[in-house]
Design a protein around this ligand. Structure first.
Ligand SMILES: [Zn+2]
Length: 401
């Protein structure tokens, strides 16, 4: 009996570990988290009752239908003695509909998302909106002030969800965000950029094995969708597990404001709001179909100075030279060749790299159905492997005196 429970616990702990997002940045100090099993996520369509909207309550504030309010969220980030609050903007539409939440800057140095959230939330007309939009443009206020990815304690806040009220500091902030904001949402779009001198082609990250997440991802129109489960401890994983379908939108790189990419992000979010029925068509915008991808990393085999040879979005073939890594002392050049054909979804900027550094993420175009099957197959293989490993461990232990 104990063995079965152990298997279940290990499966729960390991399920998100396949996530490739975790290899994106310096998440090595991230604590492993067990997340609860996925609750059936909500169906957004059921929220459009056609009725007039009701008062929306958030952070002990009542927001009347057809109005916009700026609220102050006192998270554990507020130091004692004086009040520092994170701004939260709420637009309560005049008609009933779902509550869509936009969170940005969980990593304090990711600026594009802050601007995307600002533009989207402020462009909404509360009189015409169906449902509620909640914007938390700067979740990690502390990191933002310091131009730092991390929250205080040098920790990655996005590895501490769902958090706990009596755990480590970032876990407390995560818990408060879940309790005070996220649990009041019917769906969440969490805005990010690449980390540490890496940049990403504008893309969504979504666990297509969860139907409502897949539906949400499709609503953005022509944005690239990369299928993977959220990394352990991420807001995306924790919120989805709590029954709130969540996707991540990755736009560009950290510590810069890339206005073209910001515009694309705004347009994609407006498309989502339109597709799910919260706003009327925002502007002339044909709705291209999303393109779905699985992905793999290309890592540096040698250390040295990286010089890129391909751009984001480039279509490449097997053996295409993606970059050169130059040994500055011996003046030798190592060519990084593509292990497969595909599209460059993410890349490191030119910099010094060590062996093993993830320099490219290559996307392989797939149908949504293929990706769903892949996700299911991965889960099965993982289960079998874990049971096998566990069996082997038990056998080893049994042999010991
Ligand atoms: Zn991020």
């Amino acid at each position: 009996m104990r063995k079965i429970w152990l298997v279940i616990l290990i499966l729960l702990a390991a399920a998100p570990a396949l996530a490739t997002e975790a290899a994106d940045g310096a998440e090595a100090d991230a604590p492993a988290k067990t997340e609860p099993a996925v609750r059936q996520p909500q169906d957004l369509k059921a929220k459009f009752t056609g009725a007039a909207a009701e008062v929306f309550r958030l952070i002990e504030t009542e927001i009347r239908p057809g109005t916009r309010r700026s609220l102050r969220w006192f998270s554990p980030q507020a130091p004692g003695g004086f009040a520092v609050a994170t701004p939260v903007i709420v637009v309560n539409g005049s008609q009933a509909g779902p509550v869509l939440c936009l969170t940005a800057a969980i990593h304090g140095d990711e600026l594009n998302g802050i601007e995307i959230a600002r533009r989207v939330v402020n462009s909404l007309d509360p009189k015409k909106l169906r449902g509620v939009v909640v914007g938390v443009p700067i979740v990690n206020l502390e990191g933002f002030w310091r131009r730092d990815r991390y929250i205080g304690d040098r920790r990655d806040l996005n590895r501490y969800f769902p958090g706990s009220p009596d755990g480590a500091y970032p876990g407390r902030v995560a818990f408060a965000l879940m309790k005070d904001i996220v649990k009041h949402c019917d769906a969440v779009v969490d805005l990010h950029t690449g980390s540490f001198y890496r940049e990403n082609l504008p893309q969504l990250r979504a666990d297509l094995a969860v139907k409502q997440v897949a539906n949400l991802a499709e609503g953005f129109g022509g944005l690239t969708v990369l299928h993977n489960a959220g990394p352990p401890g991420s807001l995306r994983g924790a919120a989805t597990a709590a029954g709130i379908p969540t996707v991540v939108m990755e736009i560009g790189g950290p510590l810069s404001l890339e206005l073209k990419k910001v515009e694309l992000g705004v347009k994609s979010l407006e498309t989502l709001l339109h597709t799910i029925g919260m706003i009327d068509r925002p502007r002339t915008w044909s709705r291209p179909q999303p393109v779905f991808y699985a992905s793999q990393f290309v890592r540096a085999e040698v250390g040295g100075i990286l010089i890129n040879r391909v751009k984001l979005g480039a279509k490449i073939k097997t053996d295409t030279v993606l970059a050169e890594i130059i040994d500055p002392i011996n003046n030798s050049v190592f060519e990084v060749k593509s292990p497969a054909g595909g599209t460059i979804l993410g890349r490191a900027q030119n910099q010094f790299v060590s062996p093993g550094f993830a320099i490219f993420r290559i996307g392989h175009k797939k149908s949504k159905e293929e990706l769903k099957q892949k996700a299911e197959a991965e889960k099965e293989t993982q289960t079998e492997q874990l049971i096998e490993e566990l069996g082997a461990n038990e056998a080893t232990r049994d042999r010991k005196p």
